[in-house]
Design a binder for this molecule. Structure first.
Ligand code: MG
Length: 248
């Protein structure tokens, strides 16, 4: 069941999203070659706490850190630690925040130092796929209009969308109904209504869409070892159209 949020609840989610966007702004300042992903995690933890919020991922189903840092062929759920960022790495940072009982969820992928042309295109296409998906989040459209739009744009550009991982509803839980695949058939699925809040998150692979999970039981990587990219926003459907609650 898709939970409809009241305007009061959306206001709380707006506050949660604002904190998360602030954390990203601060964190991006220190991303560079030579920095350990574990240092990014520590910094994010202190920024979230300082804002009076909680890191949503810490201890979530046993996850050991506050943020996910996925590098190059890692798609999602990379665990921060001793890895030192290198010039040319593609780094995605995924963070969830809990504030006043409401969650927000956001991911940004950045190139560390100089990037290949193909990586730059991958970043551009994934970011734009998210934007196009968000534009479909209006009353009267159907859920898989979002999915279809993302898939169409990504595949038109020669990349593939991950099938095993999907976006989700969000609110008083980090993951609520519905699941939002980044592939699907337009004009199908539940009708979109004012008060729905979704975490849209296209995960786009340079090569094949297939993924596998490493022995740490968290890190998801591309099966073919090619680079992957991920962007995510928490977005509310309002009477004025889609509102990005995690806008930086
Ligand atoms: Mg998410």
């Amino acid at each position: 069941m898709i939970i409809i949020k009241t305007p009061q609840e959306i206001e709380k989610m707006r506050q949660s999203g604002r904190i998360l966007a602030h954390v990203f702004r601060e964190l991006m300042e220190i991303v560079r070659a030579g920095v350990k992903t574990g240092e990014l995690d520590k910094r994010a933890f202190s920024l979230i706490k300082k804002a009076g919020a909680e890191p949503a991922f810490l201890n979530f189903r046993g996850y050991p850190k506050s943020i996910c840092t996925s590098v190059n062929e890692q798609v999602v759920h990379g665990i921060p630690g001793e890895y030192k960022l290198n010039d040319g790495d593609l780094l995605s940072i995924d963070i969830g925040v809990l504030f006043d009982s409401y969650y927000s969820d956001m991911t940004v992928t950045v190139g560390v130092g100089k990037q290949s042309r193909e990586n730059l295109k991958l970043i551009r296409v994934t970011r734009e796929a998210l934007n196009l998906g968000i534009k479909e989040m209006v009353c009267g459209k159907r859920l898989y209009d979002i999915s279809a739009r993302i898939q169409e744009y990504v595949e038109k550009n020669g990349f593939s969308v991950v099938r095993d991982l999907v976006g989700h509803g969000i609110g008083r839980s980090l993951h609520e109904d519905p699941q939002i695949p980044n592939f699907g058939e337009s004009s199908t699925g539940p009708l979109l209504e004012e008060g729905m809040v979704f975490a849209l998150e296209p995960m786009v692979n340079r090569g094949n869409y297939k993924v596998k999970t490493l022995n740490d039981n968290w890190t998801v990587v591309t099966a073919d070892g090619k680079t992957s990219c991920h962007f995510e926003h928490t977005v509310a459907i309002t009477d004025g159209g889609p509102e990005i609650l995690t806008k930086v």
